[in-house]
Design a binder for this molecule. Structure first.
Ligand SMILES: *Cc1c(COP(=O)(O)O)cnc(C)c1O
Length: 354
């Protein structure tokens, strides 16, 4: 064996248990397949693909369609293989060795992870016990670390908490560098930072096709940001990084926004049903603006509850040993039937009727 880079030696990879179960509610995907019309349109377009040619390197048409969706200019859109690759490209361009990235924990683990892989150092700000972010803590982190990049996730993962608009505005006013707002779940919440994007502000908003658009299998994400920043990302990303099939799939998906909005509405009403049902049990439930709910069983060990759910063929995310998330579990909103199965299994477990 030859030694890996010194700074990578201490890093762990990304872990999410992949267990065979009937009800999978652990990775925040959409429980619904894309509409039939999507499959048919994609199949017919695929029969005309020029397989011997490289794809459109800058994914012009896809960028233009995304720009239309948000009422921005195509030069303000950057597209990559999942929003994780979008984030990696941003961090390769604006973080890297000698630079600092700030996060407010607990939050999406990949922000700190990708930052470290690029060689940046990471400063972790702390949220309160209810997972809200105190403006004074924001000031402390910005003043102390002067981060080159600072992340907010709204709605946050794994807590579900929607960050108030004032917090994004505070970052824009005080941060010395780039502000990244990760909006992987924005469609399930009641506001977006997209209208703050402007060529005069160092702000990017990232989105994904993995959650709302029922396309986690395709790996497609994007950001909306200043034109000058998008040009820098185009220099960093590999040539032809976005294959021809994915470019087509993304464009076709956008034709089905009515169907997607109906799915979002169903998931939001199911989220509220799950939340109410959990609140009636001896469980602390955190408010969510996303397609998942974080909860903490009061009198039982979280890891034990997770295992007993698996024994009943229901898989949720076990966050019980994560820093700051003592005893917490996270459930993704599934189909109405899946949610009912989850709720009845959990009710039996916490009431201890085995
Ligand atoms: C799921 C998720 C992503 C998604 O990433 P993709 O690479 O687009 O699948 C990004 N950010 C957050 C906060 C997420 O939870």
């Amino acid at each position: 064996m030859i030694p890996v880079r010194d700074d990578l030696r201490a890093l762990d990879g990304y872990h999410s248990a992949q267990v065979e179960v009937d009800v999978r509610l652990n990775t925040n995907e959409s429980p619904f397949p894309p509409p039939d019309g999507f499959r048919d349109a994609l199949a017919s377009e695929l029969s005309r693909v020029d397989w011997n040619r490289y794809p459109d390197r800058s994914a012009h048409a896809l960028r233009a369609d995304i720009a239309d969706l948000h009422g921005v200019d195509p030069t303000q859109v950057f597209v990559a293989n999942g929003s994780n690759e979008v984030l990696q490209t941003v961090l390769l361009a604006y973080a890297g060795p000698g630079r600092t990235v700030a996060t407010f924990e607990p939050t999406y683990q990949m922000h700190a992870q990708i930052a470290r892989v690029t060689g940046a150092s990471v400063v972790e700000g702390e949220r309160g016990a209810d997972f809200t972010l105190d403006p004074a803590e924001v000031e402390r982190v910005l003043a102390g670390a002067a981060p080159d990049v600072v992340f907010l996730t709204s709605p946050n993962n794994p807590t579900g908490l929607v960050e108030p608009r004032e917090r994004v505005e505070q970052l824009l006013a005080s941060a010395p560098g780039l502000v990244v707002v990760d909006e992987a779940y924005a469609q399930f919440s009641d506001w977006t930072a997209l209208d703050l994007v402007d060529d005069s502000r160092p702000l990017v908003v990232t989105r994904t096709f993995s959650k709302t658009w029922s396309m986690a299998g395709a790996r497609l994400g994007y950001l909306v940001g200043p034109t000058w920043l998008v040009s820098e990302l185009d220099k960093v990303v590999l040539p032809y990084h976005l294959d021809v099939v994915k470019q087509l799939a993304g464009r076709i998906a956008l034709r089905f926004s009515t169907e997607m909005n109906e799915r979002v509405a169903t998931l939001v009403s199911e989220r509220d049903r799950i939340s109410d049902a959990l609140s009636a049990l001896p469980i602390d439930v955190f408010d969510s603006g996303a397609n998942f709910i974080l909860f903490r069983p009061r009198d039982v060990d979280g890891r034990t509850v997770w295992q007993q759910l698996v024994d009943r063929s229901v898989l949720v995310r076990d966050c019980s040993s994560w820093p700051r998330l003592d005893n917490c579990l996270r459930v993704t909103v599934g189909t109405p039937d899946e949610n009912t199965r989850f709720l009845s299994a959990l009710t039996a477990i916490v009431n201890d009727d085995t």
